[in-house]
Design a protein around this ligand. Structure first.
Ligand SMILES: *Cc1c(COP(=O)(O)O)cnc(C)c1O
Length: 421
C-alpha cells in the first residue's frame, strides 16, 4: 500500500495534489511520500521483531539526504557501496556504527574514510580485498568488524542484470571456499570476524531463493562456529521485490520474508541485518511528467512527455515496466486509448511503454510513472543536456523540494574550457 491515491478526481501524494507540485516545481520531477517510506520501514522492522536486528536501508536505491534523514531518524541503519554513499549517510546524521559497507571494489581511500568515520562492519567480497583491508586497518592501529559475503550459487530468478547470487556473478566468495577464507581472516591482523553476509539479487518475487540461500548460510554458520569463529551477526542482504504492475500477483510481504528468515536462521541466535532498498522506497515515489505533444504516427499514437530515459533509466536499461497513470482521474467507464509513451531523447530506447492504456490525453496533461522511488533519481543523468531531475518530499499536506533542478547556468558552469582553446 502506498499514499498515491485519487482524491476528488486528482492524483495526490498523501494530501498534496500532484498538479500543485507540477505547477510550483515544474516537470519532470520525482515525488516521494514520507508516510509510505515510514510505513514500509516499519513493516520490515515488524517482520524481524522476534530477534535483535538492524534494518539497513540500501542507500543506492535512493540516496537523497532527506530520504536518508527520514530513514535514519526512524532508526534505520544504512548499507553503502561507495565513499559518496558513506558520506551521504553520515551527512544525514546516521552514526558510523549503523553503517555497513558493501561492494566488490572498495578502494583503500574508501576503506580509510569509513574506518576514520566509524563503521559497523565491512562486508568483504574477495580475498584481495580482505588482505588490503587487513593491512590498512593494522597500519591505522584499528581493528574493524567484518563479515564475508558468500555467494551461495542460488538462482534468484530475477532479471539477469540484478541477479548476484550465482557462481558466474562477480559478487562474494564461493560458499564452498568459505571455511578456508574465514580461517585466513581470523589469522589476519586488523580484522575482527563477526558475521556472514549474503545478497542474492534484487526484485525477487519468490521466497524460495531466499530460503535456499539462508539455509546455506545457516549451515555455514554452524561449520564456522565448529572451527572456533564467533559468528554473532548475519547480514542477509536486500532484494525483496515490489509489484510494478497493479494487476498481477503481488510479491511476498515483508512479514512472510521475516518468517523465512526465522525458519532458516532463527535457531542460531544471531543478530539479523537486512538491506532492503527497493521494497522500502520503490512504491514510495512517482515520476511526474507533462505531455509535450500527442503525435499521430502511421499505426499508433505517441505521447511525447517531458521525462526521458535520462530521468528514469529502468525501462531502457532493464526493459522494466512502470505503470503510467493520468493525474486527472478518468471518469468511470471513460474510453481508453493506446499510446506509446516516449521521451524526447534521441534514441529509440527512450520508450517508457508501448500501447499504454490511458484516457484521451492532450498536450499539457500530467502523467505519473508509478513505483519510481527506487533506482530512479539515483540513476538519472544529464544526457542530451537535460538538467538533472529534481526531487520533492511530501509529508501530509506539505511538501519540500529536496533536490532542486539545476539552472542551465549551473549546468554549463560545471564544464571548463582550457585556456589554450
Ligand atoms: C542492491 C543491494 C541491496 C538492495 O537491494 P534491493 O533490491 O533494493 O532491496 C542490498 N544489499 C546489497 C549488497 C546490494 O548490492
Amino acid at each position: 500500500m502506498d499514499h498515491f491515491l485519487y482524491k476528488n478526481g486528482a492524483l495526490h501524494a498523501e494530501d498534496v495534489p500532484l498538479s500543485c507540485i507540477a505547477a510550483q516545481v515544474g516537470t519532470p520531477v520525482y515525488v516521494y511520500s514520507a508516510a509510505t517510506l515510514t510505513r514500509h520501514f516499519g513493516l520490515f522492522r515488524q517482520a524481524l521483531d522476534w530477534t535483535d536486528h538492524l534494518v539497513c536501508f540500501a542507500v543506492k536505491s535512493n540516496s537523497n539526504l532527506a530520504v536518508l534523514k527520514l530513514m535514519g531518524d526512524l532508526g534505520a541503519g544504512m548499507d553503502v557501496v561507495s565513499a559518496g554513499e558513506y558520506l551521504r549517510a553520515k551527512a544525514a546524521g546516521v552514526p558510523g556504527d549503523r553503517i555497513v559497507f558493501s561492494g566488490v571494489g572498495k578502494t583503500l581511500a574508501e576503506m580509510r574514510l569509513a574506518i576514520e568515520g566509524g563503521i559497523r562492519q565491512f562486508n568483504i567480497e574477495s580475498e584481495p580485498e580482505m588482505r588490503a583491508l587487513s593491512q590498512l586497518a593494522a597500519s591505522m592501529g584499528a581493528t574493524v568488524p567484518v563479515a564475508i559475503r558468500v555467494n551461495p550459487d542460488v538462482d534468484a530468478k530475477t532479471h539477469e542484470k540484478i541477479a548476484t547470487g550465482k557462481s558466474e556473478n562477480k559478487f562474494g566468495i564461493p560458499i564452498s571456499r568459505a571455511i578456508e577464507v574465514y580461517a585466513e581472516a581470523a589469522r589476519l591482523p586488523g580484522l575482527e570476524v563477526v558475521g556472514v553476509d549474503v545478497h542474492i539479487g534484487s526484485q525477487l518475487t519468490d521466497l524460495a531463493p531466499f530460503r535456499a540461500a539462508y539455509r546455506k548460510v545457516a549451515e555455514l554458520t554452524g561449520a564456522l562456529r565448529a572451527e572456533g569463529h564467533q559468528i554473532t551477526r548475519l547480514d542477509l542482504g536486500g532484494g525483496l521485490g515490489i509489484p510494478y504492475r497493479r494487476d498481477n500477483n503481488a510479491p511476498p510481504l515483508p512479514i512472510e520474508y521475516g518468517q523465512v528468515i526465522r525458519e532458516a536462521v532463527g535457531h542460531l541466535d544471531c543478530e539479523i541485518e537486512i538491506e532492503p532498498g527497493r521494497n522500502i522506497v520503490g512504491n514510495a515515489g512517482v515520476l511526474l511528467a507533462e505531455v509535450i505533444y500527442v503525435k499521430q504516427g502511421e499505426d499508433r499514437d505517441f505521447l511525447i512527455v517531458d521525462a526521458a530515459m535520462n530521468d528514469l533509466l529502468r525501462p531502457a536499461m532493464y526493459g522494466a515496466h512502470h505503470d503510467i497513470v493520468p493525474v486527472i482521474e478518468p471518469g468511470l467507464g471513460a474510453a481508453v486509448h493506446p499510446y506509446d509513451v516516449v521521451g524526447p531523447v534521441c534514441e529509440s530506447g527512450d520508450t517508457f511503454q508501448k500501447a499504454a492504456q490511458l484516457p484521451q490525453m492532450e498536450a499539457g496533461g500530467l502523467i505519473a510513472f508509478r513505483s519510481a522511488g527506487a533506482y530512479g533519481a539515483v540513476m538519472a543523468s544529464e544526457y542530451n543536456s537535460r538538467p538533472l531531475v529534481p526531487e520533492v518530499l511530501v509529508q501530509g499536506d506539505h511538501f519540500a523540494v529536496i533536490r532542486a533542478r539545476p539552472t542551465f547556468d549551473e549546468m554549463l558552469a560545471r564544464d571548463s574550457i582550457p585556456p589554450w582553446l
